[in-house]
Design a protein around this ligand. Structure first.
Ligand SMILES: *Cc1c(COP(=O)(O)O)cnc(C)c1O
Length: 364
């Protein structure tokens, strides 16, 4: 049997007609940027996340970058980010002109380790960006308490966490502002690039909206040196259709995860820990294996797709060698880079594939 790491076809097959009808509607409306479909999606996604504002933009990186600028973070400032995440979290800080300061992740939920955050705070620290890695919110309250005590901005990188929640509140509504990505592979994915900022702050929302539109609130009046980062009408209209299905699609992912958690019984494979305070979005089902190369070989041999998220910890990337970090600085992040492996999980994954993955892992 072959099991792909991911397959969009059950999801896209189910909404094919709606998507094509919507494409025709947008096509016939002959209006492609800044219109009713983007307005409607922004309202719907804000309601979904429980925030007063949502601003569509070009991608997840731009979302985080523009939040930082809107919050006044720039040259000479420091922003705390996890040592194991996708590089976009750190790049957003760099693009804002500030310096990313890495803090190790904890080994339970792979989120920023609250015990280590305090020691990384300096007089230049302005913000902390926890990442809801793999789709789960980690020890957020503890980080929030530190941010509050030191008067730091608390931002969420929610690019992997559409629909996740923490203590009853949706990811995206937990901090001062959140960046989302609608990259096709995310739980809520466009048919191309897209992103959004969610926030309850009127001032951040106002400035982000202008920044992504060439720094302009009013046509040909430019208050800031902004960017071109907008969510177009077509992507917004298509995302709105997918948003309607998201909870049901989440149930499917969640059921697959429960079956993996109950079925995979192998002492050399460490299963993901579920935070009792969180509803996991199960963007990825990340296991840890000490002998990952051998597990990779075993999966390849049995036709099971997998991915590694991520093979190099942030501080060891060549791109960030200028920050002067060394191997050994963030042991949990480094261990995750050596041991993490993401198993197939996608909406509509057939039962026989799930059982097959469980059996192949138990036979490792
Ligand atoms: C995907 C992702 C991003 C970036 O999103 P893009 O839309 O690709 O720019 C940022 N952070 C994390 C954790 C991601 O997974």
């Amino acid at each position: 049997m072959r099991v792909p790491f991911s397959d969009f076809s059950p999801m896209h097959g189910e909404i094919r007609n709606k998507m094509i009808d919507t494409f025709v509607k947008v096509y016939d409306a002959n209006w492609f940027i800044g219109g009713q479909y983007c307005d409607k999606f922004e309202k719907d996604f804000a309601r979904f996340c429980g925030t007063s504002h949502c601003i569509g933009c070009g991608n997840g990186l731009d979302a985080l970058h523009m939040i930082l600028l809107a919050a006044g973070i720039g040259k000479g400032d420091e922003v705390i980010v996890p040592a194991q995440t996708y590089i976009a979290t750190a790049l957003a800080v760099t693009y804002a002109g500030a310096n990313p300061v890495y803090v190790d992740i904890e080994s339970q939920y792979y989120s920023l380790d609250p015990m280590l955050v305090e020691a990384a705070i300096t007089p230049r620290t302005k913000a902390i960006i926890p990442v809801h890695l793999y789709g789960q919110v980690g020890r957020f309250d503890e980080i929030a308490a530190i941010a509050k005590q030191h008067n730091l901005l608390l931002l969420e990188d929610a690019a992997q966490a559409h629909g996740a929640s923490y203590k009853g509140c949706r990811a995206g509504s937990l901090g001062d502002a959140a960046g989302f990505s609608f990259y096709p592979g995310k739980n809520l994915g466009a048919l191309g690039d897209g992103g959004a900022v969610c926030t309850n702050s009127d001032s951040i929302a106002d400035m982000v909206r202008a920044l992504g539109n060439y720094g302009s609130h009013k046509k040909y009046m430019h208050e800031y040196k902004g960017f071109n980062s907008r969510l177009d009408e077509l992507q917004a209209a298509l995302l709105d259709i997918k948003l309607d299905c998201l909870e049901r699609w989440h149930e499917s992912r969640s059921r697959i995860a429960q079956r993996y958690l109950a079925g995979i019984k192998n002492p050399i494979i460490q299963l993901p820990a579920v935070n009792p305070d969180s509803v996991h979005a199960w963007h990825l089902f990340a296991v840890m294996a000490k002998d990952r190369p051998r597990l990779e070989e075993h999966l390849c041999k049995h036709g099971i797709g997998y991915q590694i998220h991520y093979p190099v910890a942030m501080h060891l990337h060549q791109a960030y060698r200028d920050l002067g970090y060394h191997k050994g600085d963030f042991p949990v992040a480094e261990r995750s880079a050596m041991q993490e492996l993401s198993l197939p999980i996608y909406y509509g994954m057939p039962d026989d594939q799930i059982d097959y993955v469980i059996n192949v892992l138990n036979g490792f």
